[in-house]
Design a protein around this ligand. Structure first.
Ligand code: CO
Length: 266
């Protein structure tokens, strides 16, 4: 089929609905965009960034790739991040993974799917780095869920280590990096507790998230505000925070390792 009329019909209806709700909407959008958030998520068709967080066109700057990976030499992802932080002056970077991620699953099983194996090698690195933590989950499915979570935590750290984010923090531009995971089975987000707002926080945020995941039962995390697990979830979080604080006090070099390299300017 050389044309896709259904999609054009859908598009006309969508534009009409938005214009009816807000008559000047497209005109004002055409003039400028001023999103406060940049989203780094998976390409998976079940994880539509704007819809999940209820944001309209113009409110979310988006980069997606298979398994939401942030690679230090990926000019595509870095350009999105640089434009968002330096030019659009977004205030939040959100790395959002999801349970049931096909890319993470393929990485876990070391499947051979073609060129993409090279890309997913980055997720296998995450698996290798956190082997003990992943092994605590009982079956493959639980371990893959944990790898989905740990992949986000590591990618958050990668975002924090980019020159883009480090330079922004150095010039005191307010910028917060978040790590979330989405469950396609209930449509809800979970915060992985690695929120980072400065170079000094990188080590503590990472340790807190790892402790949180280490203390969590080997199942998918409960959603915030979901029935049932609220109390256990909050207790696990407090425990993780206390452990992370204790570990960092005893192990100061973690922060030193993440300190910015000196002498760089532009
Ligand atoms: Co995915």
């Amino acid at each position: 089929m050389r044309s896709l009329p259904t999609l054009f019909d859908n598009n006309r209806q969508w534009a009409r609905r938005l214009s009816e709700r807000d008559p000047g909407f497209f005109q004002s959008l055409a003039a400028q965009q001023s999103p406060k958030y940049v989203w780094i998520g998976c390409s998976d068709s079940r994880v539509p960034a704007n819809d999940i967080v209820g944001l309209k066109p113009g409110e979310l700057f988006v980069h997606r790739n298979v398994a939401n990976v942030v690679v230090h030499t990926d000019l595509n992802c870095l350009s999105v991040l640089q434009y968002a932080v330096d030019v659009l002056q977004v205030e939040h970077v959100i790395v959002c993974g999801h349970y049931g991620c096909g890319g993470v699953r393929a990485a876990y099983f070391r499947s051979s799917l073609g060129l993409i194996d090279n890309w997913l090698r980055h997720v296998q690195d995450v698996r290798d780095r956190h082997e003990a933590l992943i092994a605590r989950a009982e079956a493959d499915d639980g371990r893959i869920d944990r790898l989905c979570e740990l992949n986000v935590v590591d990618q958050v750290r990668h975002v924090c280590h980019t020159t883009i984010v480090q330079d922004a923090w150095r010039r005191r531009q307010p910028l917060t990096v978040h790590g979330w995971i989405y469950d396609v089975r209930d449509g809800l987000l979970r915060d992985l507790r690695c929120t980072t707002t400065s170079v000094e926080e990188i080590g503590a945020a990472n340790a807190q998230a790892l402790d949180y995941l280490g203390a969590a039962r080997p199942t998918r995390l409960p959603a915030l505000g979901a029935a049932g697990d609220g109390e256990a979830d909050a207790a696990a979080a407090d425990d993780a925070r206390a452990k992370a604080d204790a570990r960092l006090e005893a192990d100061a070099p973690v922060e030193a390792k993440d300190a910015p390299t000196s002498g760089r300017s532009r």
